[in-house]
Design a protein around this ligand. Structure first.
Ligand code: NAD
Length: 279
């Protein structure tokens, strides 16, 4: 399978994460799937978390095993404390430890704020924010217990929170989602500040518009894509590999001195493109 954009220029070395163990939540679709595959291509063993869609998860596992790394699928709802605790405990049992936690699982339940139900609000906060806290907490416990293993990585562990440009861009009609991602930004920074002395690196990757099932309406017709491109100075809708490659870089020792940062991977969406001609 070709890496990156197929030209070879974006390929990741199979040595970069050799010997590291990664868990990716929501890894049977979109960005999570591409990230799991990119981590495996970089040499990491990977746990493929999913909440629904066992067949799609099994396909990701098969792809990973084709790279010669260890992989298995684990069904768990990231917003359920017991299930997250059990998921990380099983990983420590089966793969001996965890080095990289990618808290990627997320969803939208859109509605104008005056019509948004408490259930819609709560579901998004539970999965997108509380789910990331639970996954980060369980990974951090194991990182602290194990400490740095110099032949594996310079750090004791990496937590990568999947955020969004809506960490900083308000989004009418999506107050639950934007609030969850704003919260992810502060969750990440606070954890980073707290855990850095133990050589744990916590960072966020914040995608712009990426072609995945979460936002099909935004790019699936030429008209919708043309509207979307007005918001992207680089005039390209992103692919899951754009995000996956960023996660691999942040997880690797190449970026060992990057702590508490949000890496926007958005083709310039956060550059306020409306001001290029207005303002
Ligand atoms: P997606 O719908 O393809 O993938 C989301 C994944 O999360 C799916 O595998 C889904 O089953 C899983 N999931 C949902 N609820 C879960 C739960 N309770 N427990 C475990 N897994 C659960 O969408 P995507 O675009 O790949 O989204 C991945 C992440 O990227 C999300 O956090 C999303 O907010 C973020 N993001 C996406 C975009 C984009 O343009 N696609 C932009 C910014 C941020």
């Amino acid at each position: 399978m070709a890496a990156g954009d197929g030209t070879g220029r974006t390929a990741v070395s199979a040595q970069l994460l050799k010997g590291q163990k990664a868990l990716v939540t929501g890894a049977n679709s979109g960005i999570g799937k591409a990230t799991a595959i990119a981590l495996g291509r970089a040499g990491a063993d990977v746990v493929v978390n999913y909440v629904a869609g066992a067949d799609a998860a099994a396909e990701v596992v098969a792809t990973l095993q084709g790279f010669g790394v260890r992989a298995y699928a684990h069904e768990a709802d990231v917003s359920d404390e017991d299930q997250v605790v059990a998921m990380v405990a099983r990983m420590v049992e089966e793969l001996s430890t965890i080095d990289i936690m990618v808290a990627n699982a997320g969803l939208q339940r859109d509605a104008p704020s005056t019509e948004m139900t408490l259930a819609q609000w709560q579901k998004v906060i539970d999965v997108n924010l509380t789910g990331q806290f639970l996954c980060a907490r369980e990974a951090a416990k194991e990182f602290v217990r194990r400490g740095v293993v110099p032949e594996v990585s310079r750090s004791a562990g990496k937590i990568i929170c999947m955020s969004s440009v809506h960490q900083i861009i308000p989004w009418a009609g999506h107050v639950n989602y934007a609030s969850s991602k704003g919260g992810v930004g502060m969750l990440m920074q606070t954890l980073a500040q707290e855990l850095a002395p133990q050589r744990i690196r916590v960072n966020a990757v914040a995608p712009g518009a990426i072609r995945t099932p979460i936002n099909t309406d935004a790019w699936s017709t030429p008209e919708a894509e043309a509207e979307l491109l007005k918001l992207i100075p680089y005039r390209r809708v992103g692919d899951p590999d754009d995000i996956a490659n960023a996660v691999v870089a942040v997880a690797s020792d190449l970026l060992d001195y990057v702590v508490g940062t949000t890496l926007y991977v958005d083709g310039g969406m956060t550059l306020f493109p409306g001001f290029a001609t207005g303002g």
